[in-house]
Design a protein around this ligand. Structure first.
Ligand SMILES: NC(=O)c1ccc[n+]([C@@H]2O[C@H](COP(=O)([O-])OP(=O)(O)OC[C@H]3O[C@@H](n4cnc5c(N)ncnc54)[C@H](O)[C@@H]3O)[C@@H](O)[C@H]2O)c1
Length: 568
């Protein structure tokens, strides 16, 4: 082996990487960190080479430079976890697969041994029991997207690398300077520290676990003992329910079992190979839970910075230039909270009735996504001023989308339509995206016409999404609310969160319903929003026809909980 004073570590700023570098320094090995600081979490004091592993030329310059001083590269960099990878699958493939291929090819060229962080997720949904744990030569059948990218990484190493050691890690837990609370054991312990009950989906599925410091120790052990081949790095295998029960025993925390999400991943990994090599694990799950519960008392574990999926979502939004029309309306104001960096032009800057303002706005601003909210929305107003309603809602939308299409820069045009395109006369109806609209008042007619215009612009260059939803002002602006008009309402902020999801996840279907998880009356909705209102019935109402039931459901999207407006 060459010199061991330095070791290259990709992803050295991450959850595992920061602990590994700490442990390397303890034994006087200098870690050379290669990381692109993907999540902007590194402090000013962090010492690292800011480099994206997908940039092969720059990567080569660095590996060439350090190849004489180091004989090992530990490869941790990547997008980690299935939810994070699913936010942008192309990015995940580019980084996890192509980035890893770069590492493998260059490591070979510069005679570096690769120590690689793989995962037990590769084993997929095996029907295994504690008597028949999966050894390193068990079938590989990853069932999630992240696992599939990790499988591809192993293939590159097995096919191309000369010297390697692959660690199939269990789910990590434990404290790290760069904490992650999207890992089941850390999240359960964090909940326990706040006395929150633990929701267990299913529960009987087995998972292998490993403390983050034991991972770091195992990598160092592999360097010192020149380990070769594939090893499961797992200290204990427990079912998710067993983990929750242990926390219940230690901290008397409630457990709720739910079948809302089915998690088919189930695997017990055999750790005899690494134990037989002489390695010993230092940490038990119970120790890990105890240190985590203590630590979490002081922090808000729900912050975005602790969750890879939320971090990648934020990056996606930061990279998008969003124009939102109708920014002063109810939904517009809610969008300002959820999408604060979007552009919200005033009527003076962009007036749907003045084509020159639209053209001028597009000529002077960089935009690639539009959320079109601006409309004349009062039912009575529209009925009494049909020409104006038509000009703003229908012609205005045509002017906007025509200009958007001509600009050639708009990748996604999102129109916010309404549940009122349905007749709303059947108290039992739950309309989905394939139900047939049949509007009952002029406002709803103009919204349906908007939908038709926008649909006709769908193209590979400019994706169209039509959102139907229903929400009202909160706090409730009137003294009374109907007890006999219904909907699957969301609060405006909930709809804004839904729109944010539409920008990030770009649904395949053109029409999407963003709706709440339950049908309730307007009166109940107003109360759920904390407003004190008097009950009102349709018998007491005089005016243009109103819908009775505006309940939506969705075939193609997730539903949102009314209260926190997070997806179920
Ligand atoms: N944490 C676990 O439970 C676990 C389990 C099995 C395997 N693994 C594997 O261990 C490794 C590290 O996981 P982690 O938990 O520390 O994840 P992490 O998300 O905390 O760290 C990943 C690091 O990679 C960096 N990175 C991402 N894209 C990059 C790019 N294009 N160029 C350079 N750097 C980039 C990020 O900035 C981050 O510092 C990953 O390969 C992961 O698949 C982790």
């Amino acid at each position: 082996m060459k010199n061991l004073e330095k070791v290259l570590v990709t992803g050295g700023l991450g959850y595992i990487g920061t602990i590994l570098c700490e442990e390397l320094q303890k034994i006087n090995i200098d870690p050379i960190i290669i990381d692109n600081n993907l999540y902007n979490l590194a402090g000013k004091e962090s010492k690292f080479i800011n480099l994206d592993i997908t940039d092969k030329d720059r990567l080569e310059t660095i590996l060439e430079k350090y190849a004489s001083e180091s004989s090992v590269i530990i490869h941790l960099a990547g997008i980690v976890g299935d939810p994070a990878c699913l936010v942008d699958t192309k990015k995940a493939i580019k980084i996890n697969c192509i980035g890893t291929r770069n590492i493998v090819e260059l490591a070979k060229k510069y005679d570096l041994k690769i120590l690689h962080a793989s995962t037990c997720s590769l084993y997929g949904a095996e029907n295994c029991t504690p008597d028949s744990p999966l050894t390193e030569d068990a079938n590989i059948f990853p069932i999630d997207f992240y696992g599939q990218t990790k499988y591809q990484q192993e293939r590159f190493i097995l096919e191309l690398a000369d010297k390697f050691c692959i660690f199939r890690l269990g789910t990590a837990y434990g404290l790290s300077p760069r904490m992650r609370f999207d890992l089941v054991l850390n999240t359960f312990a964090a909940k326990a520290s706040k006395n929150e009950s633990l929701t267990v989906f299913g529960g009987s599925q087995y998972r292998p676990f490993i403390h983050v410091r034991d991972i770091a120790r195992a990598f160092i052990y592999a360097i010192q003992n020149d380990l070769e081949g594939i090893f499961n790095i797992v200290s204990e295998n427990l079912t998710i329910l067993e983990v929750a029960s242990l926390i219940h025993k230690l901290y008397k925390i409630n457990i709720e079992i739910s079948d809302l999400i089915h998690d088919p991943r189930n695997y017990i990994a055999d750790n005899k190979k690494i134990l037989n090599s002489g390695f010993k694990f230092d940490w038990s799950i119970e120790d890990g839970i105890n240190e985590m519960v203590e630590f979490c008392k002081e922090i808000d574990y729900k912050q975005n910075k602790y969750n890879n999926q939320k971090l990648i979502e934020l990056l996606q939004i930061d990279e998008t230039k969003i124009l939102i029309t109708g920014g002063t309306g109810r939904l517009g104001n809610a969008c300002k909270k959820i999408l604060p960096n979007a552009q919200y032009p005033t009527r003076l800057e962009l007036d749907l009735q003045k084509p020159e303002t639209i053209i001028n706005y597009f000529n002077t601003h960089a935009i690639n996504v539009i959320i079109h909210l601006a409309a004349m929305t009062g039912i009575v107003d529209c009925e009494n001023n049909k020409a104006k309603a038509f000009d703003i809602n229908v012609n205005g939308t045509r002017r906007l989308i025509e200009t958007a299409a001509k600009s050639g820069n708009i990748k996604h045009f999102i129109l916010v339509s309404t549940a009122c395109v349905f007749p709303g006369s059947d108290p039992e109806a739950m309309e989905d995206e394939d139900s047939i609209p049949n509007p009952k008042n002029y406002y709803s007619v103009t919204k349906l016409l908007q939908e038709e215009i926008v649909k006709s612009y769908n193209s590979p260059q400019m994706k169209i999404t039509i959102i139907r939803t229903n929400f009202s002002s909160m706090p409730w602006p009137y003294p009374k609310a109907f007890i006999d008009r219904y909907g699957t309402y969301l609060f405006p902020v909930g709809v804004a969160k839904g729109l944010r999801d539409i920008i990030i996840y770009k649904p395949e279907n053109t029409i999407i319903h963003i709706c709440g998880d339950r049908k309730l009356s307007m009166y109940e909705y107003a109360q759920a929003g904390g407003s004190e209102v008097e009950p009102l019935t349709l018998n007491e109402y005089e005016g243009p026809p109103l819908t009775i039931n505006m309940s939506l459901t969705t075939k193609y999207w997730k539903q949102y909980r009314l209260e926190d407006s997070e997806p179920i």
